[in-house]
Design a binder for this molecule. Structure first.
Ligand SMILES: Nc1nc2c(c(=O)[nH]1)N[C@H]1C(S)=C(S)[C@@H](COP(=O)(O)O)O[C@H]1N2
Ligand SMILES: [Mo]
Length: 246
């Protein structure tokens, strides 16, 4: 379960063990671009690529509390929930070669990663839980990113008042080996209150980046012009940092 550290070779970022990604020239180009953007920067990239700590099953929190929205009002989402998300699909679009509509079955058929990690909320609580799902990087490789793609935006089904929840990350976090689209939690299907049918786990960042109820993954070259322009719901409404690294 644990493993796969990124290594720097000749300025490119390789995700050792992710052979399919490394063989995909589009992904290699994208990762080279990321390396270029963040130069001078091998040290920085090494830091960003380090794995979050993983825990043993006995360290899992008996109670994983919820935060933020714990249900969704959107009629479309509710109709999917009523049928166990059997006909729900995840939209992947924006700066990609091929837009995708992936069913839960398709996401579950991909190579899965299971990880037990600690979730840290800025409001002052933490919990250790187990998450299962495909790596986001695999999904992005399937869609094929265009050379202009720099950010991955997660559009969620829930809103607070008028404001939809959304979040975004850069390509370093998108291709981090522990960044997954989780449909499983603590050995069961992801419960509604924790973000069914899928939520993002981006383990090197704080709780508010872990978008629940993800409906659409959009590749963009900029975050300007999207809602409040700061790259996420809490960033827009409360001035939270866009990069919430831990
Ligand atoms: N769609 C959506 N995602 C969200 C939130 C939310 O309100 N809506 N809250 C965030 C915050 S602040 C935290 S701490 C975690 C809480 O996740 P949990 O409810 O599974 O504990 O989800 C994050 N992702
Ligand atoms: Mo949070």
């Amino acid at each position: 379960m644990i493993g796969r550290r990124g290594v720097i070779l000749g300025g490119g970022l390789l995700l050792a063990g992710c052979d399919r990604l490394v063989r995909d020239p589009g992904v290699n180009d994208a990762l080279d671009r990321v390396a270029g953007l963040h130069q001078p920067g091998q040290r920085l990239i090494m830091g960003r690529d380090a794995l979050a700590q993983e825990f043993g099953a006995r360290q899992m929190s008996p109670d994983f509390r919820t935060n933020g929205n714990t249900d969704v009002e959107d009629a479309g989402w509710r109709a999917h929930a009523a049928e166990g998300f059997a006909r729900w699909t995840l939209r992947v679009d924006g700066l990609v070669h091929r837009s995708l509509d992936l069913s839960l079955a398709a996401l579950k058929a991909m190579t899965q990663r299971t990880q037990i990690t600690r979730h840290d909320c800025v409001e002052g609580w933490s919990a250790i839980g187990q998450w299962q799902g495909p790596q986001l990087g695999q999904v992005l490789a399937m869609a094929g990113m265009l050379p202009t793609a720099r950010y991955v935006v997660f559009h969620c089904a829930d809103r607070t008042g008028d404001a939809p929840y959304y979040e975004s990350i850069d390509l370093i976090d998108a291709f981090h080996p522990q960044t997954i689209l989780a449909w499983g939690m603590n050995g069961a299907v992801l419960p509604i209150e924790h973000g069914a049918p899928i939520r993002l786990r981006v383990e090197r960042q704080l709780g508010y980046k872990q978008a629940k109820y993800v409906m659409r993954v959009e590749l963009r070259d900029s975050l300007a012009g999207l809602y409040g322009g700061k790259g996420g719901y809490w960033e827009d409404v409360a001035g939270y940092q866009w990069y919430a690294g831990i």
